[in-house]
Design a protein around this ligand. Structure first.
Ligand code: FMN
Length: 188
């Protein structure tokens, strides 16, 4: 795959927002087939073998998160939220969206042997490999996403968990509120 396209994706990730703008990410791009083969053996061994398919992609982006930054410590200890994981998710999704724009296909991979990846890539103790993004050209353009929960099951206005019927009836008088959504929204 053209390195220019990969770099465009990394640039999109570079521009992602992050808590306190700490930008806790690092990206290791594996595009050498020999390195990728060795990486595959390390990352997808044993119980992680179901993820082996990802190594068929020409490129694997390893997303690392820096754990020891002050904002992470504060977020985790006071609020109980690992902000850096949110940051990593946003940056990774920037990669995914940019790749899509460039005609590439991607797959997030969270199921991999993080310890072996650490050793293989010489990742320092202050970083953790959080996720992988396999990237390439799909044999056929996948036109449909997997099913998703219907919208009324995942959101509510003004308080947690009111049913869609009550919400539409009492707060938003128009029952046509949801009509603006694509009719073919994919539902589970
Ligand atoms: C953080 C994260 C981790 C994921 N890890 C894996 C994985 O290890 N193996 C896999 O096959 N898919 C993985 N996926 C892909 C999801 O299974 C997939 O996005 C989901 O089933 C929805 O399918 P769609 O993206 O094709 O619509 C992961 C996705 C995310 C966001």
């Amino acid at each position: 795959m053209e390195r220019q396209k990969i770099l465009t994706c990394i640039e999109a990730a570079r521009l992602a927002p992050s808590a306190e703008n700490i930008q806790p990410w690092r990206f290791v791009v594996i595009d050498d087939p020999h390195v990728k083969e060795e990486f595959r053996k390390a990352a997808f061994s044993g119980i992680y073998s179901p993820s082996r398919f990802a190594a068929k992609a020409p490129v694997i982006v390893v997303i690392l998160g820096k754990k020891d930054l002050l904002a992470n410590v504060i977020g985790r200890q006071i609020q109980g939220t690992a902000w850096y994981l949110i940051d990593i998710g946003i940056a990774g999704e920037h990669i995914v969206l940019q790749a899509q724009e460039l005609g590439l296909s991607t797959c997030w991979i969270g199921w991999f042997h993080a310890k072996k990846v650490r050793t293989f890539l010489h990742i320092p103790a202050t970083y953790k490999a959080i996720a992988l993004i396999a990237m390439g050209y799909s044999a056929e353009r996948p036109l449909s996403l997997q099913k998703r929960k219907p919208i009324e099951k995942i959101f509510s206005f003004n308080r947690f968990g009111r049913g869609e019927k009550e919400r539409v009836g009492t707060i938003h008088k128009k029952s046509s509120d949801l009509d603006c959504l694509p009719q073919k929204s994919i539902q589970a």
